[in-house]
Ligand binder design. Structure first.
Ligand code: SF4
Length: 472
């Protein structure tokens, strides 16, 4: 068989420079009768992007993607460890794969992402899930072709986990669905160790990508039709701090703002303790940066914030909110909160509701606290009963929904600028898009509006979406 030299294809993917031999192996194996791969992704946008990279590597190795796991020769689950519920789903799905492998013994099963970074999960895999072929942590993707080959050639599960090298691998291939909008990771990991959160243990310490690598990626996205980017990090406000870059996050926004052809910029997540007044000023000053900020408050009392190790107070949070409301014209806000954190009292919930009534968030993402092994809060003794958590959740939801409705009604009769993302999933002939303030707007219109900025006059206001008619 003629061997394929894929070095030329890989010249631009220098993140894989030690992998040529393994990629060539699969390219040759797949030449006559390509194997099919299936990927399912759980969790955050970081995982989504990792899956794009893993998929890009599969493609480069000559595999063909399938949307049906029953048809696949390799199934990869890219997992999330943040919530217990998502983990239970993965374990359930792995159970089904065991049956599939019973019928197709050559099927290869791979588990990647954050679950492999937890010791307790690995113990479980070793005892109960011996049929998995490869378990790969978030720090090892640049070795994926090599690990895949080892998994193919061995009968026992191959583990590559707990690799604590906190590096950033640039220039991996990516199989990307270019769309109107895209997510761009600007940093990885987290240094904050909030007491409920597993991320610093699974994703490692904080490290930022170089500004030029970020700008190059966004330029490529824009050249492929992307109009809006969301800059992502666990805490974008501390961008470049570990590396002592002379570009901070506000400066990075300015660099991205200069990219021609890009229409809109968003970012998340903003840790309140690191949010600067300079950043708020830049949100107002830079024309492409949308007047929308997601600023997770998590709790409404200093006692809970301290126990969560959030390193800010209600007062310091509110000082920044006040400044932002005063200085960013047309600002809309959203937040995350945790209900039922250990030690939470009725008074804590009341203070949170007072805070809502003042800030008037457009959207509140409410999570019921669930214990995560390996985090400090897991061992707090004053855990809250489930029925109390549920009651408080419902109370908070009612208040936040009422505020969202109140905010929405203010759009009635107004004309808003909408970036059209595509057809509505629910109604034929209806298009959907977002305002700069991140409100969903649906309206009747032709598909050639997709990817364009259009003006829509609002005629119906629901709590979390608006409906209107396009203004020619
Ligand atoms: S800032 Fe806190 S909640 Fe966010 S990823 Fe880091 S540790 Fe987790």
């Amino acid at each position: 068989m003629k061997l394929i030299n894929i070095e030329t294809n890989m010249a631009e993917f220098d993140g894989l420079k030690n992998q040529t031999e393994f990629m060539t192996y699969f390219r040759n194996e797949n030449m006559m009768n390509p194997q099919k791969y299936f990927i399912e992704t759980w969790g955050c946008q970081m995982n989504e992007h990792d899956s794009e990279n893993l998929s890009g590597m599969f493609d480069l190795m000559g595999f063909i993607r399938t949307d049906l796991k029953e048809n696949a020769d390799v199934v990869l689950y890219n997992t999330c460890a943040v919530r217990e519920k998502a983990e239970m789903k993965v374990f359930g799905n792995l159970g089904h794969l065991k049956n599939l492998k019973g019928r197709k013994p050559d099927l290869k099963i791979i588990v990647s992402g954050c679950m492999p970074e937890e010791d307790v999960t690995i113990e479980k895999f070793k005892k109960e899930y011996k049929f998995i072929d490869l378990v790969i942590g978030t720090h090892s993707y640049q070795k994926f072709p090599q690990l895949l080959k080892e998994a193919y050639l061995n009968d026992r599960t191959k583990y590559d986990i707990n690799n604590k090298e906190d590096i950033i691998i640039e220039h991996l291939p990516a199989n990307r669905d270019y769309n109107v909008k895209a997510f761009v990771n600007i940093m990885h990991g987290c240094n904050n160790f909030c007491t409920y959160c597993i991320v610093p243990y699974t994703r490692g310490r904080e490290r930022s990508r170089k500004p030029e690598d970020i700008i190059n990626e966004i330029n490529e996205l824009v050249n492929n039709g992307v109009k809006e980017v969301t800059l992502l990090g666990q805490n974008v406000n501390s961008y470049g701090r570990t590396e002592k870059f002379d570009v901070d996050f506000a400066d990075l926004l300015e660099l991205v703002n200069n990219i021609e052809g890009l229409e809109r910029i968003r970012f998340m997540t903003s840790h309140p303790k690191d949010m600067t007044f300079k950043l708020i000023d830049y949100v107002n000053k830079l024309d492409k940066v949308c007047e929308f900020m997601h600023i997770p408050v998590q709790a409404g009392s200093n006692n809970l914030l301290r126990r969560m190790n959030r390193n800010y107070t209600v007062e310091s949070y509110m000082e920044k909110i006040e400044y932002a409301k005063k200085n960013v014209k047309g600002l809309t806000l959203s937040t995350d909160i945790i209900v039922g954190f250990p030690g939470e009292t009725d008074e804590d919930v009341d203070s949170l509701i007072d805070l809502f009534n003042y800030v008037k968030y457009d959207n509140v993402f409410t999570f019921i606290y669930s214990k995560r092994k390996g985090t400090p809060a897991n061992d707090y003794e004053d855990q809250i009963d489930n029925h109390i958590k549920k009651e408080r959740f419902n109370k908070i939801l009612e208040v936040s929904n009422n505020i969202a409705k109140e905010n929405s009604l203010q759009y009635m009769g107004k004309t808003v600028e909408v970036l059209v993302e595509g057809p509505s999933k629910n109604t034929e002939g209806v298009l959907t898009g977002k305002t700069r303030g991140f409100k969903t707007v649906n309206f009747e219109g032709e598909k050639d509006n997709i990817g364009k900025l259009v003006n829509v006059e609002i005629t119906v206001c629901n709590s979390f979406s608006l409906f209107g008619k396009i203004i020619k």
